[in-house]
Ligand binder design. Structure first.
Ligand SMILES: *[C@@H]1O[C@H](CO)[C@@H](O)[C@H](O)[C@H]1NC(C)=O
Length: 251
C-alpha cells in the first residue's frame, strides 16, 4: 500500500524536458514535456505522454494508451491530424514508451524509490506534570526517508486520538525528514504508554514504551545527587581522619 502511494506521487515523472522560447517578463514560452507514468514497480501499466504547451496552455498531446495525438486548440487539432496520418512519426512515437520509459524508469526506481532511511525514534518527557497541569510526552522520529510516516500513541493498549498534537513531516534539507508528536496526559500509576512508528523502511512497526516509573531526567538527578553525597562523605571522612591525626601529634 505504501509502495503504490509512493509510486503514484512520483508517478508523474518528468524524464525529459525540452524548452524553447524566451524567458523573462513578456516573452512567449513553448514547452514540450515527456512523462512516464506508472503505478507499479513492475511497469505493467506504463503510460508515455508527450505534451506541448504554449505559454500555460497545453495544445497537443500524445498518449501511448490511446496511441494517438490529440489537439486542444485549433492549432493543436490541426497538428494532431497531420501527425496521426504521418506513419513515420507514428511509428517513432509508438516506440517511445519502450525507448524512454522502460529504459529510464527502472533507473529512477533504483536511484530514488528503493532508497529508504529508517527513522530513529526518541520518546521523551517534554513537560512533567505539575499541580493540576497534565504532563506532555514527545515522540520524535528523525532521519527517515521517504516522507510518509505514521505515529500512533497507545495508552494501556488503546489508541489515543484526542490530546495528541503532531507536527508535519519537516524536511531536513538533506532528503531526510523528522516529525514530532506530543501527547498530553495526566499520569496514572501503573499505566502503559507507548509510541508506535510505521514507516516503509521498517519490516514491522517500531514500538517505544514509556517508562512511567521514573522519567529519565529524574533518574539522572538522583544518580548525580547520590554520587555527590558519596564524594562528600569521603572528603569529610578524610578531613576528619586528618584532623584526628594532627591533633594527636600536637598532644
Ligand atoms: C491516456 O489515455 C487513457 C485512455 O483514454 C486515459 O485513461 C489516461 O488518463 C490518459 N492519460 C493522460 C495523462 O491523459
Amino acid at each position: 500500500m505504501v509502495w503504490s502511494q509512493q509510486l503514484i506521487s512520483v508517478g508523474l515523472l518528468i524524464i525529459l524536458f525540452f524548452q524553447s522560447g524566451v524567458d523573462g517578463g513578456n516573452g512567449y514560452y513553448h514547452t514540450t514535456v515527456d512523462q512516464c507514468r506508472s503505478s507499479s514497480k513492475e511497469l505493467s501499466d506504463v503510460e508515455y505522454i508527450r505534451s506541448s504547451w504554449f505559454n500555460k496552455a497545453e495544445y497537443l498531446r500524445f498518449n501511448s494508451t490511446v496511441g494517438n495525438w490529440e489537439g486542444y486548440t485549433a492549432f493543436g487539432v490541426q497538428n494532431a491530424e497531420i501527425y496521426n496520418k504521418d506513419t513515420s512519426i507514428m511509428g517513432q512515437m509508438r516506440a517511445e514508451k519502450d525507448r524512454v520509459c522502460r529504459q529510464n524508469l527502472p533507473i529512477d526506481f533504483e536511484a530514488i524509490l528503493s532508497k529508504t532511511g529508517e527513522p530513529e525514534v526518541v520518546l521523551s518527557l517534554a513537560k512533567p506534570s505539575s499541580s493540576g497541569h497534565p504532563a506532555v510526552l514527545m515522540c520524535s522520529a528523525y532521519d527517515f526517508y521517504p516522507k510518509m510516516i505514521k505515529l500512533t500513541w497507545y495508552r494501556d493498549g488503546q489508541e489515543v486520538t484526542g490530546s495528541v498534537i503532531s507536527s508535519e513531516e519537516l524536511a531536513d534539507g538533506d532528503w531526510y525528514y523528522q516529525i514530532h508528536s506530543h501527547l498530553e496526559f495526566t499520569p496514572k500509576a501503573g499505566e502503559k504508554i507507548s509510541c508506535m512508528v510505521e514507516h516503509t523502511s521498517l519490516k514491522e512497526p517500531k514500538v517505544i514504551p514509556w517508562d512511567s516509573s521514573m522519567p529519565e531526567p529524574e533518574r539522572n538527578k538522583i544518580a548525580i545527587g547520590a554520587a555527590g553525597l558519596v564524594l562528600g562523605v569521603i572528603i569529610a571522612l578524610a578531613g576528619f581522619i586528618y584532623y584526628k591525626k594532627k591533633s594527636r601529634t600536637i598532644l
